[in-house]
Design a protein around this ligand. Structure first.
Ligand code: NDP
Length: 257
């Protein structure tokens, strides 16, 4: 199954919903944006590079869906607020927020540079905070919201060479649980998904030899497909998940079982 697969594996009706997905230009973000649009949501596709983002928007529109592109660095607080205001100005609300944009800057702890630490914490954790803060104001007013944060199994178990990345993803778990408690009274749910190894450009960068070793450690014997994560997002965004908040759903083929 690919991120552009025509046959949905689960169905949910998101007609009338507005979703904002960060990091939507490629990888998991693209699969998530396409999946939510196929379920009927209007999708605000957000990423740092507008040219690649246009491909995601094109895929959604050519399938009959509704999407618009917003260029935004998720670490830029003023721009995040502006994008959220623009999306609400265009489509009146944001019902579903998927904080997916993320980067890695791997290095062993003793050699990790300040810039590597800052880049990862700022993009992964601060970016998630900024969009959550900006969008939740509107969700609280609307008495409805679904916030889904893409964490990682690295944030649950730790991973050598990823002190910055695992700290950022563990931070997302803490942010998710606190936001879930703060926003529950307004019918806004906040959950995290912790993917294991999913086949995207981020994992392709590890190289074939490492990926073969990784597969041996995954009980289900394969890397995940972006659609595996997109389907989990669709479930958490759907009515079926209306009593679920503050959880971390692992999508990892049993890696952390
Ligand atoms: P990719 O690197 O393929 O895609 C990430 C996207 O986010 C890119 O389009 C990237 O743009 C964009 N992005 C990066 N920095 C910013 C920023 N400051 N502002 C806006 N957009 C930005 O990653 P994946 O699709 O593999 O991963 C998506 C998420 O899932 C990440 O949070 C990642 O940590 C998480 N994850 C992924 C796993 C995997 O196995 N793939 C496993 C566990 C978690 P650009 O290309 O220009 O950098």
């Amino acid at each position: 199954m690919t991120e552009q697969s025509a046959t949905p594996r689960i169905s949910a009706d998101l007609t009338g919903r507005v979703a904002l997905v960060t990091g939507a230009a490629r990888g998991l973000g693209r699969a998530i944006a396409v999946c939510l649009a196929r379920a009927g949501a209007k999708v605000a596709c957000v990423d740092i590079k507008l040219d690649v983002l246009a491909e995601t928007v094109g895929i959604i529109r050519s399938a009959g869906g509704t999407a618009e592109a917003w260029e935004c660095d998720v670490t830029d607080s003023a721009r995040v607020n502006q994008v959220v205001d623009e999306v609400v100005g265009k489509w009146e609300c944001i019902h579903i927020l998927v904080n997916n944009a993320g980067v890695t800057r791997d290095n062993v702890l003793v050699r990790m540079k300040d810039e590597q630490w800052d880049a990862v914490l700022n993009t992964n954790l601060k970016g998630t905070f900024l969009f959550t803060r900006a969008a939740s104001r509107f969700m609280m007013k609307a008495r409805f919201g679904r916030i889904i944060n893409i964490a990682s199994v690295s944030g649950l178990t730790g991973n050598p060479g990823q002190a910055n990345y695992s700290a950022s993803k563990a931070g997302i778990v803490g942010l998710t649980r606190t936001a879930a408690k703060e926003l529950a009274s307004r019918n806004v749910t906040v959950n995290a998904i912790a993917p294991g190894f999913i086949a995207t450009e981020m994992t392709a960068a590890l190289g074939d030899d490492i990926l073969q070793e990784v597969k041996k450690r995954i009980p289900l014997g394969r890397l995940g497909d972006p659609q595996d994560v997109a389907d989990a997002v669709l479930f958490l965004a759907s009515e079926a998940a209306s009593f679920i908040t503050g959880i971390v759903l692992t999508v990892d083929g049993g890696l952390t079982a």
